[in-house]
Design a protein around this ligand. Structure first.
Ligand SMILES: Cc1cc2nc3c(=O)[nH]c(=O)nc-3n(C[C@H](O)[C@H](O)[C@H](O)COP(=O)(O)OP(=O)(O)OC[C@H]3O[C@@H](n4cnc5c(N)ncnc54)[C@H](O)[C@@H]3O)c2cc1C
Length: 265
């Protein structure tokens, strides 16, 4: 059960950040989907829902998604549906159900740094940047690799650069966490090959990317890239699958996602 002693509806980001960093035991609330799963006591809950942190907007070649935007809004928004080969809606569709996706937020998803996350894998392939209130902009891949000081996620920024991307995952049942998820993107400066739920956090396979950049994408190199990704990244065991199983299915998912990009191009 979740127990909250004090509740603050923040009237500014500065107030939220000051409380988070000065009041021991304070916690920022996103959609509370994950927070409420645990048994914990929150001394001060900081509610961001009154701040202008919700919505999807475009400016100067960048798409910005506010931290309090729900996954369902991202899934159904015309902009995210039409960009990047529709990879974001694809990565969100299997998360439990519409009701949950209508509550949980992209800010909570990013701040949680969940290793099993589907959208985080897609966002790394899109070279997302996280805008933090105190620290400023940080590349999502760096943010995921660190356990930084407490901060508030304000928004996610994505380049509107015409890249083509695709997502694939394997699940034991339709709405379970992914056993493995993969996102790939073809950008002007090369490929992104990202694997999450390994069960570690989403990570780029940079050596496999370099090989694909060198040889170009076709049926043969898509298969070879899958093999190289599985060789390069670490895979482990958890309740859903063994590391050996993950390593075995990784090439298939990478090849499928790359083939989608190949056909879309
Ligand atoms: C039952 C269940 C099943 C799920 N299955 C999947 C799945 O299959 N695939 C998948 O990808 N995801 C899955 N998720 C995760 C979900 O998609 C969200 O990523 C998760 O719920 C966090 O979002 P939230 O809005 O609920 O965050 P919360 O639970 O409110 O917060 C999560 C963490 O982020 C912090 N936080 C929230 N907002 C901010 C902010 N703006 N700035 C700084 N810190 C912040 C909180 O303090 C907390 O530590 C599942 C979640 C649940 C509850």
């Amino acid at each position: 059960m979740l127990r909250i002693d004090n509740y603050l509806r923040a009237s500014s980001l500065a107030e939220a950040y000051d409380t988070l960093t000065s009041v021991p035991g304070s916690v920022v609330l996103g959609g509370c989907g994950y927070l409420r799963l645990g048994r914990r006591r929150i001394r001060t809950a900081i509610d961001l829902s009154q701040l202008p942190l919700e919505g999807i907007a475009e400016s100067a070649g960048t798409v910005e998604i506010g931290a309090m935007t729900t996954l369902r809004t991202i899934e159904t928004h015309p902009l995210t549906g039409s960009l990047w080969g529709g990879v974001l809606p694809r990565a969100l569709r299997a998360i439990v159900g519409v009701q949950l996706r209508g509550c949980v937020t992209i800010g909570g998803t990013v701040a949680g740094r969940y290793p099993f996350s589907d959208p985080l894998t897609a966002l790394v392939a899109l070279d997302a940047t996280v805008q933090l209130h105190h620290q400023g902009p940080v590349a999502l891949s760096e943010y995921l690799a660190a356990r930084g000081a407490p901060d508030i996620v304000e928004k996610i920024m994505l380049p509107r650069d015409g890249r083509l991307a695709a997502f694939a995952s394997v699940r034991r049942s339709a709405t379970d966490f992914a056993v493995l998820n993969v996102a790939v993107a073809r950008c002007a400066d090369g490929f992104r090959l990202v694997v999450g739920s390994r069960p570690g956090r989403a990570m780029r396979a940079v050596l496999a990317e370099a090989s694909l950049n060198q040889h170009g994408l076709d049926r043969r190199t898509a298969i070879e890239a899958g093999r190289l990704v599985a060789e390069e990244l670490a895979f482990g065991d958890n309740a859903r699958a063994s590391g050996a199983y993950r390593r075995a299915i990784c090439p298939v998912l990478v090849e499928r996602a790359l083939t989608e990009v190949l056909h879309a191009a």
